[in-house]
Design a protein around this ligand. Structure first.
Ligand code: ADQ
Length: 452
């Protein structure tokens, strides 16, 4: 949740991002309590309050926590390490201590608000120590943990200086969920390798207590996206966007947080090379790249921004014309409606991460295309590739492969594009975010739940 200033004064608003977008409908449906960082930095958290059907219990982070726990340990150590070390992870001892302290604060807060025998569902890599810390304080609780990002293979995880503590932290849960089957396998094997624990199938024996690992691919609120995309105002806005772009034959779109795992640079490079090979040309084809500001104080992200903006400048310098840039680069956050309009306006959507837990943008694009037009170019290294098999799959590490997939998507015949889109939509309608949450909670043994 973010605190924002509007005409009516200071107000709370849902923050953008995969996790909040995915969990909001689940929490609202179950009248759950959200224990989370309220954004901002202070010693004291704001008072608990209700927002859009959810009870919010804020936990404070100081500016030192932000620097060490969040930007440091979470986003400069764990994030790159878990994403195949596509950037070199940074290890610092003082970050580790801060990670422990903040995890303890969250465990304390959850222990305070959870009713007797309640279910607590802990989300993501910033809170990996919480399951064990919470179990110690409240053995009566049912504890689930879901990791939204990839879980690395053993040899990469072993680089982590306090690896056994992290693993024991996760093993405090009853159920540990991952986006992919391979990630769950990495986890159970690691438990044997690092702690000598026995497992059978996906169930690890932790001192006589069973801990289950499993794959639960996350999804989106498909019905909401379909509704939004069908809204005449959104449709008109999509037409307007195309007109503002000069009514090109092909609009190629990228929407990502400005993150080095998302493969934005290689996508731009593929577009530049196709323009330079004469396989695509401006103004018939234009690219729109939305790069949402993200983690701007972390050095890896500052370097990435410079690289991406240099590449955009280079392409526009070489291939743009007065009033007709080849790449429209937007370093901004948008409303859900504007994003839906962008999806509707795009002939080709490029989702080319080097590694991604799932990637909800790919699913949102498919759900938005109720007209069953459009084509999705998708990296094999996104979790979504397991499900969206009718996309134009590519290996993002192979520039020629990316170019080829993009060209195929640009030139696909309409009936073929529709066939692919329909099949993917059919899959998503039965595998939406509600399905994700239910399957996780059912596996945890909770038919009717209080989600915290
Ligand atoms: P993210 O890395 O943030 O999520 P993603 O899954 O693509 O990536 O979700 C991004 C979300 O933010 C989407 O819902 C998108 O619509 C929204 N968004 C992006 N740009 C925006 C903009 N400019 N304005 C407004 N909204 C914007 C992490 C993992 C993923 C995993 C999700 C959920 O890295 O692999 O899919 O969590 O588990």
């Amino acid at each position: 949740m973010d605190e924002v200033t509007t005409d009516e004064g200071r107000q709370w608003r849902r923050s953008p991002g995969g996790l909040v977008t995915a969990l909001h409908p689940v929490l609202a449906e179950h009248k759950g309590t959200w224990v989370g960082w309220a954004g901002g930095t202070s010693e004291e958290a704001p008072e608990p309050f209700d927002l859009e059907g959810i009870h919010i219990h804020p936990v404070p982070l100081t500016s030192l926590d932000l620097e060490r726990y969040y930007e440091g340990m979470s986003n400069a150590t764990i994030w790159p390490l878990y994403h195949d070390a596509v950037e070199t992870p940074v290890f610092k001892r003082r970050w580790r201590e801060s990670y422990r302290q903040v995890n303890a604060r969250f465990a304390e807060a959850a222990a305070d608000v959870a009713a007797e025998g309640a279910t607590v569902w802990i989300q993501d890599y910033q809170l990996q120590l919480v399951p064990a810390m919470l179990r110690e304080r409240r053995p009566d609780l049912k504890i689930g943990f879901f990791l939204h990002i990839p879980f690395p293979p053993i040899e990469l995880f072993m680089q982590m200086p306090f690896r056994a503590e992290i693993l024991r932290g996760l093993l405090g849960a009853d159920l540990v969920g991952f986006q992919q089957r391979l990630a769950a396998q990495n986890f159970v094997r690691l438990a044997r390798h690092l702690l000598g624990l026995r497992y059978e199938g996906q169930v690890i024996d932790v001192d006589g207590r069973p801990v289950k690992a499993g794959a639960f691919p996350i999804s989106i609120d498909v019905a909401e996206m379909e509704r939004m995309a069908a809204d005449p105002a959104v449709q008109n806005r999509a037409k307007q966007i195309r007109a503002e772009l000069g009514d090109p034959r092909t609009v190629i779109l990228g929407v990502d947080r400005l993150d080095y795992t998302k493969g934005i640079e290689l996508r731009l490079k593929a577009f530049r090379e196709l323009l330079s090979d004469g396989k695509l040309s401006v103004p018939e084809a234009v690219m729109v790249q939305v790069a949402t500001p993200s983690r701007e104080r972390v050095e890896h992200y500052q370097t990435l921004r410079v690289k991406v903006e240099r590449e955009v400048g280079r392409i526009n310098g070489e291939f743009g014309r007065v009033g007709v840039p080849a790449v429209h680069y937007l370093h901004q956050s948008y409303s859900r409606n504007e994003l839906a309009a962008l999806y509707c306006a795009a002939d080709v959507m490029m989702v080319t991460p080097l590694r991604d837990g799932m990637n909800l943008v790919a699913k949102e694009y498919v759900a938005a295309r109720a007209d069953t037009g459009g084509a999705l170019v998708l990296s094999e290294f996104a979790g979504a590739a397991t499900e969206l098999r009718q996309s134009f799959l590519c290996n993002p590490h192979d520039p020629d492969g990316v170019k080829e997939a993009l060209l195929r998507a640009v030139h696909v015949e309409h009936p073929e594009a529709r066939r692919r889109m329909r099949l993917m939509q059919r899959h998503l309608r039965t595998h939406d975010v509600g399905h994700w949450a239910r399957s996780f909670l059912n596996e945890l043994g909770v038919p009717d739940v209080e989600v915290a």
